[in-house]
Design a binder for this molecule. Structure first.
Ligand SMILES: [Zn+2]
Length: 251
C-alpha cells in the first residue's frame, strides 16, 4: 500500500473533545471548530445523523461459534440469550420505517460500548452500522457503513472514491492515504497499523458519523448512545438475526 502523505492532525483526539471530561455535555467550542474543519457542511450532516435517531449500531454479542471462530473472547459479558436479541421486525428493510427507536437497557449499552473500545476486544468485536435514509436522499435503501474498512454504500462515497481513482491515476491513489511519522493513537480513518485514509478527500457524512462513534473515545460513544440516547445500540446474539441484517443490505 502506498505510503501517502504525512498526517499531523490527531482527529481521534480532537473529536474526543466533542463532549466534556465527564461525557455529559457537548463542548461548544470544539463543535464550532469542527464545523469549520470538515468541508461542505460534512460535520453538520454527520452530527445531524447522530442526533436524529437515524443511525443504528448492531454488535454481535454471543459466545456462539461465529464469534469464537473469529477469536472473540466475551470475557466481561454475562451472556443472556433471552434478552436484547434483535427481532426480525426491527431489522432494516427497504422502503420501511425500520428499527425500534429505543435502546437496550443502560447496563447493556454500557457493556456493549465498553466492548467496542476495550483494547482486548475492540478489533475482534463484530459490529454493523446502518443508517436509515432520510427524505431528501433519492434512495430509500438503508445505508451500510464499515468504518473499519472506511467504506460506505452511499452514492456520495462512491463518487468520492471513483473520482480520486479515475481523475488522478496513480497520484490519486497515493493521495488517498496518510501516514504518521511517529507512532500514534489516532484511530480516525485508520485502515492498518501504519496507514490512515486521507479523510479530507475520501469521506461522507455516514463515515464521519460512524467514526465519531467508534474511532474517538468511549465517552463520545456513550454520550450519543446512553446520555443523549439519539443513537440506537443493539446486541445480536442470534445467528439468524445477524444474517438477516446482512441480507437486507447486500443484494
Ligand atoms: Zn456514506
Amino acid at each position: 500500500m502506498s505510503q501517502g502523505q504525512e498526517r499531523f492532525l490527531n482527529y481521534s483526539q480532537l473529536l474526543s473533545e466533542l463532549v466534556d471530561g465527564r461525557g455529559r455535555t457537548l463542548n461548544d467550542t470544539t463543535v464550532a471548530f469542527l464545523y469549520q474543519l470538515f468541508p461542505n457542511d460534512l460535520f453538520v450532516k454527520a452530527f445531524s445523523l447522530l442526533e436524529t435517531h437515524n443511525l443504528f449500531l448492531y454488535v454481535w454479542d454471543s459466545i456462539d461459534d461465529v464469534a469464537l471462530n473469529d477469536g472473540v473472547q466475551c470475557s466481561d459479558a454475562e451472556i443472556d440469550e433471552t434478552s436484547n436479541s434483535v427481532a426480525g421486525s426491527r431489522l432494516p428493510t427497504e422502503g420501511h420505517q425500520c428499527h425500534s427507536k429505543r435502546n437496550s437497557n443502560d447496563n447493556d449499552i454500557s457493556r456493549l460500548a465498553n466492548m467496542l473500545y476495550d483494547l482486548e476486544t475492540r478489533s475482534k468485536t463484530l459490529h454493523r452500522i446502518i443508517v436509515q435514509s432520510v427524505d431528501e436522499e433519492v434512495s430509500k435503501k438503508p445505508i451500510y457503513v464499515d468504518v473499519t474498512a472506511w467504506f460506505c454504500s452511499c452514492n456520495e462515497y462512491t463518487k468520492c472514491f471513483s473520482g480520486m481513482l479515475h481523475n488522478n491515476g496513480d497520484e490519486g491513489y497515493q493521495g488517498m492515504f496518510e501516514t504518521y511519522g511517529n507512532e500514534t493513537d489516532d484511530n480516525f480513518a485508520k485502515v492498518n497499523s501504519h496507514t490512515h485514509v486521507n479523510s479530507s478527500k475520501v469521506i461522507c457524512q455516514h463515515l464521519l458519523a460512524a467514526a465519531i462513534l467508534l474511532q474517538t473515545s468511549l465517552k463520545v460513544l456513550k454520550y450519543f448512545t446512553s446520555v443523549k440516547q439519539s443513537v440506537s445500540l443493539f446486541s445480536i446474539n442470534n445467528k439468524d438475526d445477524w444474517l438477516k441484517l446482512h441480507l437486507n443490505i447486500v443484494d
